[in-house]
Design a protein around this ligand. Structure first.
Ligand SMILES: *Cc1c(COP(=O)(O)O)cnc(C)c1O
Length: 398
């Protein structure tokens, strides 16, 4: 197989054909400025409105005007955390988040700490779950915001979002969730799940890069992100990226339409992959939650070897995987997520994330398993840890 096999869909996805077709006319045919009042402008505003409606519809927002377009998930997370903090400062200066959030949430919180806000970073259990009891225990009268991600991008664990939101609301606290990895993987219903503010990004759901959105329920107090334009109800000024927004809207519509078909397929692929890999490779561990997880992400720890080395050997065979989040890889720092679920250094360094996308086939998975088995064997044969590390300890126990 000389085909390239891309198993890094949690980092980004390709732009699907239907999405690309939706975008193309917006570059050179429907190219008006969506703020102009003439025909060209009205056409552009029509495209943007349709995208907004499609997204509102899939997440079951009450009104389309609760969707605000941004340049992506990172911007939406920054806006949510900082904008809610500053708009509600008169009520208090305490925020609760988790220790496994995306860096854009953690870094926004760090920034607020410098401004005098107090942040509680909730720990997670070995499966990556936040405890509701812990959360309740940390709520103070100064708490103004709880921000917990819906799905973790490294291990795929799904949080109990509705229970967390209810807990927040019982104390009159605003609830934000980074749902970037949930979109396309889970049914999201912001009203039923009681989500006040929610982050989304297009390029994780077969849409273009550089566009995303923040859902802000009407009535939630949040400061403007960019001043100097009437776009996005004055909250986020600047001429809209109409082609990207058109593509994002289409991508989300498709994600909603195909959700159950895609999930069924990914579930079968995941089950098959895990079954074969556990059968053929000893001394491995599944990171994350065995049940409460998205089907697309499988994170495995391989004892006695480095994930980075597995990644490079697989890359030579045309298979693209990741050792963690796109932001963390390339650095020598351990993943904050794998640390938070309690992995020791050897297992954290020996972990690989396989994130499957909708174009995966059983034949591709078979090829990946074959190459993975041989990569792991090769590396363990030369690993200095093999004779002294865990394998030996476990063999002695037997
Ligand atoms: C990718 C990702 C982001 C960042 O989104 P961008 O659009 O790339 O800025 C935020 N949170 C999570 C969980 C992600 O997976």
């Amino acid at each position: 197989m000389d085909e390239k096999i891309y198993l890094d869909n949690a980092a980004t996805t390709y732009v699907s054909g239907e999405v690309l077709n939706e975008m193309l006319p917006c570059f050179n045919t429907i190219y008006g400025n969506s703020s102009s009042v003439h025909k060209f402008g009205r056409e552009a505003i029509g495209i943007v409105d349709r995208a907004r409606d499609r997204i509102a519809n899939v997440i079951n927002a009450e009104k389309s005007n609760e969707i605000y377009f941004t340049s992506g998930g990172t911007e939406a997370n920054n806006w949510a955390i900082k904008g809610i903090a500053s708009a509600n400062r008169d009520k208090g200066n305490h925020i609760i988040t988790s220790s496994i959030e995306h860096d854009s949430v953690l870094a926004s919180c760090k920034c607020l700490e410098k401004l005098g806000f107090k942040i509680t970073y909730l720990p997670v259990d070995q499966h990556g779950l936040v405890s509701i009891a812990d959360l309740m225990h940390q709520i103070k009268k100064e708490t103004i915001l709880i921000s917990i991600m819906s799905v973790n991008n490294e291990i795929g664990t799904i949080q109990n979002i509705k229970a967390i939101a209810k807990t927040a609301h019982e104390s009159g606290i605003i609830f934000h969730t980074d749902a970037t990895q949930a979109l396309g993987n889970l049914m999201i219903n912001v009203q039923d799940m009681e989500i006040d503010v929610m982050t989304m990004s297009a390029h994780k759901v077969y849409g273009p890069k550089g566009v995303g959105a923040l859902y802000i329920k009407n009535g939630i107090k949040i400061d403007n992100l960019i001043d100097g334009g009437s776009q996005e109800r004055g909250k986020r000024g600047g001429t809209l990226n109409v082609p990207a927004i058109a593509g994002f809207g289409k991508a989300v519509e498709i994600a909603g339409r195909d959700l159950s078909v895609n999930q069924q397929k990914l579930k079968a692929i995941r089950t098959y992959f895990l079954e074969k890999v556990t059968e053929k490779i000893p001394y491995i561990h599944l990171n994350g939650h065995a049940q409460q997880k998205v089907q697309s992400i499988v994170n495995l720890a391989f004892e006695m070897i480095e994930g980075e080395s597995i990644l490079m050997l697989l890359d030579l065979d045309g298979i693209s995987v990741s050792t963690g989040s796109a932001c963390a890889s390339g650095s020598t720092e351990l993943s904050h997520v794998l640390k938070a679920i309690g992995l020791d250094e050897e297992l954290a360094r020996g972990s690989i994330r396989f994130s499957f996308g909708k174009s995966i086939t059983k034949a591709k998975v078979d090829y990946v398993i074959e190459k993975l088995v041989s990569a792991v064997e090769k590396l363990r044969n030369i690993s200095p840890l093999t004779k002294t590390g865990r394998a030996k300890k476990q063999d002695n126990k037997k």
